[in-house]
Design a protein around this ligand. Structure first.
Ligand code: PRT
Ligand code: MG
Length: 205
């Protein structure tokens, strides 16, 4: 049995067609049900659809063999004991520092609102900048506007959300896309099965 953990939300929508091309189909009735473990057209493959941030956790504990998640989530989690096998090239964006203007970054202690605490720390430690992190779970763009933080670290795609809130992208941290990762132990014990899936997906990218 092979268990594949998918990130729900925007990544899921773009992942399903890739799986379908590789021969793995999930019926709409399954997707629209409230079931957490979904049957597929293959007896030996099941799919779980969970929050993106939970995907590396399930994999690390061996509760799933293959996972699909954003590089942002994997970087933030650390992804120890996981192998990244494929870049699916979907849900692309950039992890960036943004503020109302460049001057806002010139602080002895820079206040940063973000859900990417570890990635933000790594970025600013590399620049020897003293920081204070304010952990948020969403609507990061609001923080500089209401004076909660000097800047944010967040994902940027078109830049429209920043613009709509009077913010500008200032520093690039990482290019982000969706990755296929595997649990290292599964990769040993289910090597043939995993490799054939990875090749089937890769062939159709
Ligand atoms: O709801 P939950 O908290 O579980 O997660 P979520 O809302 O973050 O999930 P979802 O479905 O939005 O998917 C998130 C994943 O998609 C991320 O982990 C990335 O890997 C990927 N991704 C790609 C993005 C974006 N592009 C993106 N633009 N995730 C979020 N955004 C947001 C960004 O945070 C900002 O608010 O879109 C806004 C910016 O978009 P632009 O186009 O206005 O710049
Ligand atoms: Mg969401």
């Amino acid at each position: 049995m092979l268990t594949i953990a998918l990130s729900k939300g925007r990544i899921l929508e773009q992942t399903l067609p890739l799986l379908k091309k590789a021969g793995l189909k999930i019926a709409d009735a399954e997707l629209n049900s409230r079931k957490l473990i979904l049957d597929t057209n293959l007896d030996d493959v099941k799919v779980i659809v969970i929050r993106a941030t939970d995907v590396p956790v399930f994999l690390q504990h061996g509760a799933a063999d293959i996972g699909i998640a954003g590089k942002d989530v994997l970087l933030e989690h650390g992804a120890n004991g996981l192998f990244e096998l494929l870049d699916l090239g979907i849900a692309k964006c950039k992890l960036m520092v943004a503020a109302r203007d460049e001057g806002k970054l010139k602080q002895s202690t820079l206040k940063i609102a973000t859900k990417y605490v570890n990635s933000a720390k790594r970025h600013f430690e590399g620049k020897n900048q003293q920081i204070e992190i304010i952990k948020l779970y969403g609507a990061m763009e609001l923080a500089p506007v209401v004076g909660l933080a000097h800047c944010i670290v967040d994902l940027v795609d078109t830049g429209n959300t920043l613009k709509a809130n009077g913010l500008v992208p200032l520093e690039h941290i990482e290019n982000i896309s969706t990755r296929l990762v595997v649990n290292a132990a599964s990769f040993k014990t289910k090597n043939v099965q995993i490799k054939s899936w990875v090749q089937a997906i890769e062939k159709n990218l």
